[in-house]
Design a protein around this ligand. Structure first.
Ligand code: IVH
Length: 689
């Protein structure tokens, strides 16, 4: 791979193309990794990237923010130390609403005011604090917090995180800007990583925070690159040439500069409004993909922040409200093997019920028997359990000092506890597997999964009803769901007229579904919701997957060998294809809104695909709304006019600088109405589309 070096002389035409490619690719990166709403297909992205790589090789010109520069550093011996230009402070904690009110009183006392203070409220991301130092607009160093004064240089690792911009936007960008934020791992990703680790016989990470920290503090950046890390930026340290008066403005600036910023941020006046929003966050946090361990409250006005200053470790202008702890101490009462829908037998610890993070926990996974051995977990042991977000709690620690000598080890089963078939440990695998093809637990598990919320979403087909229907011989496979008749249900003890009708209606409604949901519902090993969505983006229809080769699947970015093999194996199985055809015959209709049309089907990608716009002046709608319209139609909206701008959309009282620059660079100027025409919508301004 070409490396950035001293500016090379490239032919002006090629240089312009490189600039444009870098700009476009970075935009698409942003759509994909930060907004999670791409506007081009992976194949198109790869084609642009390939073109850029070729041009970089050919000309030797590699821009510092080129997306080719995210990976490829050799492993380090050890981390270099980096001094933070401004110390990275920690936060004072509050554990109740009253303690948050107490913080507000302290702030007012210190400032000598009785008036309501304006605060920002943000979720507290449970990850690893980092500082991103931009010099002359380019990411120069990224460091961990360390002791607050000095951290470790993790630049090469952080560069692999696609959500982190390699360059600042704006002309000119600030001379220097230290952006602060949290690097974190989604809960789903954390669980997947742990499954992989335990399958390899390695110790799992205790929580998503440890997983994120372990992934960033890696001497080999290629390992970091393989972990799907995210970032949320919420602050600024040292700076020159950037100016914000409030925390809120700073967040808005960061967002506009394409930094990932926290979700559910809110400006609140007075502490009661703050508390109300904290409650919103606390209620919504179960829907977050990441683990939030609290909410951070900050005085909005930066001048007031300055006046308030800091104690040794924490600022006086902020506080972290911590959600109730997710850990609890309890006792293992039994260890029971449980068979999953893929036949894998997992040891489950039945616990003396304990309240953890607001819910009662009475069960916890022990992952596998290697893990039991490693932890030396026994029936009767006192253990620490932890819940990360909404996930299944797990045992993080065995308190061996509490042993009395009566604790009992539990060996892996030799027979399936559900069907009595042999249980074997396949070579090279950690998991034990039930060999029974018709093992009722597997059969029911597959049906439950098919009907689950993220899949076909059939309300009323949960564990209990599936067990009942299966026991009565009414369902053996998920195709049987669509053969159920209301009379069958009415004959069962759990159903009355209304509940039977509800279930029939839910089944009927599930017949209209999307490919992503359907693929997930099939329960193909390793295909979770994310992988299913990726597949749906790439394949127009279910039929396109019949007999698919693993190579066709690894062509998709982010799709590994393991998933590819599993998918290919599934669709190569005659029996499966037959079942899918049956489903279609039974009336299941699958649409695929996720699908990305190939390049030649330009029209489907939105009328403005590939075009870059700048909006200036007053229009019937706010600039943000106009920009959103452009982006929804596949175009790009940017802040300043450059050689790569295609159109300047001019409203009333346009910016002089933009107009002049557009004239100089011969950028086409159009009106708001002309833009609407290009959108093919042509509706009069002011009406909603
Ligand atoms: S502000 C001086 N905002 O929590 C204030 N921190 O317990 C600096 N954190 O070290 C931090 N989400 O790593 C802030 N929205 C957020 C945050 C956040 C997570 C972390 C950060 C900090 C730690 C303090």
């Amino acid at each position: 791979m070409a490396k950035p070096g001293p500016e090379k002389k490239a032919e002006p035409k090629k240089r312009a193309e490189i600039e444009r490619l870098v700009r476009d690719l970075n935009y698409h990166n942003y759509r994909y990794y930060v907004l999670d709403s791409p506007v081009i297909s992976d194949a198109d992205y790869d084609q642009l990237l390939r073109r850029l790589k070729d041009l970089e090789e050919e000309t030797g010109l590699v821009l510092p923010d080129s997306p080719t520069q995210r990976v490829g550093a050799p492993p380090l011996e050890k981390f270099r130390k980096v001094r933070h230009a401004q110390p990275m402070l920690s936060l004072d904690n509050a554990f109740s609403a009253d303690e948050v009110r107490e913080f507000d009183r302290r702030v007012k006392r210190f400032l000598g005011t009785e008036e309501d203070i304006e605060y920002t409220v943000e979720p507290k991301y449970d990850g690893l604090a980092i500082e991103l130092s931009y010099q002359k607009g380019a990411l120069a160093t990224a460091s961990t917090r360390g002791d607050g004064y000095e951290g470790e240089d993790v630049t090469v690792n952080i560069r692999t995180i696609h959500a982190v911009p390699l360059a600042l936007r704006g002309e000119p960008p600030p001379e220097r800007l230290d952006v602060r934020g949290e690097v974190y791992m989604d809960i789903e990703e954390f669980e997947e990583l742990n499954r992989e680790k335990t399958a390899r016989g390695e110790a799992p990470f205790a929580n998503p925070r440890n997983a994120a920290a372990g992934s960033v503090r890696q001497l080999d950046s290629s390992i970091t690159a393989r972990r799907k890390l995210h970032a949320a930026c919420y602050g600024v340290g040292a700076q020159e040439g950037a100016r914000f008066d409030t925390q809120w403005e700073m967040l808005a600036w960061l967002r506009a500069a394409r930094f990932p910023v926290p979700v559910m941020m809110r400006l609140a006046r007075g502490i009661e409004e703050v508390l109300a929003h904290i409650k919103n966050i606390e209620e919504a946090r179960h829907t977050f993909a990441f683990e939030a361990d609290g909410a951070v409250v900050k005085v909005n006005d930066l001048a007031l922040q300055d006046r308030l200053g800091a104690r040794t470790r924490e600022p006086r202008w902020a506080v972290a409200y911590k959600f109730p702890a997710h850990r609890g101490v309890t006792v293992i009462e039994h260890i029971v093997p449980s068979v999953g829908r893929t036949g894998v037998v997992t040891p489950i610890a039945f616990l003396k019920p304990v309240r953890v993070g607001g819910v009662t926990v009475s069960r916890s996974t022990l992952h596998n028997w290697d893990e039991i051995e490693r932890k030396d977990a026994r029936v009767g042991d006192t253990v620490v359990v932890e819940r990360a977000g909404d996930v299944i709690p797990h045992v993080v620690e065995v308190k061996k000092e509490k042993r009395t000598g009566t604790e009992r080890k539990v060996p892996p089963p030799q027979r399936c506890p559900e069907c009595g078939s042999r249980v074997v440990r396949e070579e090279g695998e950690v998991a034990y597997r039930c060999l029974g093809l018709n093992c009722p637990k597997q059969v029911r598990g597959r049906i439950e999964h098919y009907a689950s919320r993220g899949a076909l979403d059939i309300e009323g087909l949960g564990e209990k009803n599936v067990a009942l229907l299966h026991e009565r011989g009414l369902v053996h496979h998920f195709t049987d769901i669509y053969r159920l008749r209301k009379e069958d249900l009415l004959a069962l003890p759990r159903f009355a007229e209304k509940s039977a009708q509800n279930l029939m209606d839910a089944i009927e409604a599930s017949k209209e579904t999307t490919l992503a949901r359907f693929l997930y519902g099939l329960g193909i090993p390793h295909v979770g919701e994310h992988a299913a969505r990726l597949l749906a983006r790439h394949f127009r229809s279910l039929e396109d997957l019949y007999g698919i080769s693993p190579e066709r699947i690894t062509e998709i970015k982010q799709m590994g060998e393991k998933i590819a093999l599993a998918v290919s194996r599934f669709f190569g199985e005659e029996k499966n294809v037959k079942a899918l055809k049956e489903l279609k015959a039974l009336g299941v209709r699958i649409t695929n809104p996720e699908y990305w049309a190939p390049v030649e089907e330009e029209a489907e990608r939105g009328p403005l695909a590939g075009l870059t716009f700048v909006v200036t002046g007053t229009m019937p709608r706010s600039r943000k709304e106009v920009e959103a319209l452009i982006e929804e139609a596949g175009g790009q909206a940017t802040g300043s006019v450059s050689r790569s701008t295609d159109y300047l959309v001019v409203g009333e009282n346009p910016g002089d600088a933009k107009l002049t620059r557009a004239r100089d660079l011969e950028v086409k100027r159009i009106s708001y109405e002309e833009l609407l025409e290009m959108l093919g919508k042509g509706s009069p301004p002011g009406t909603l589309f």
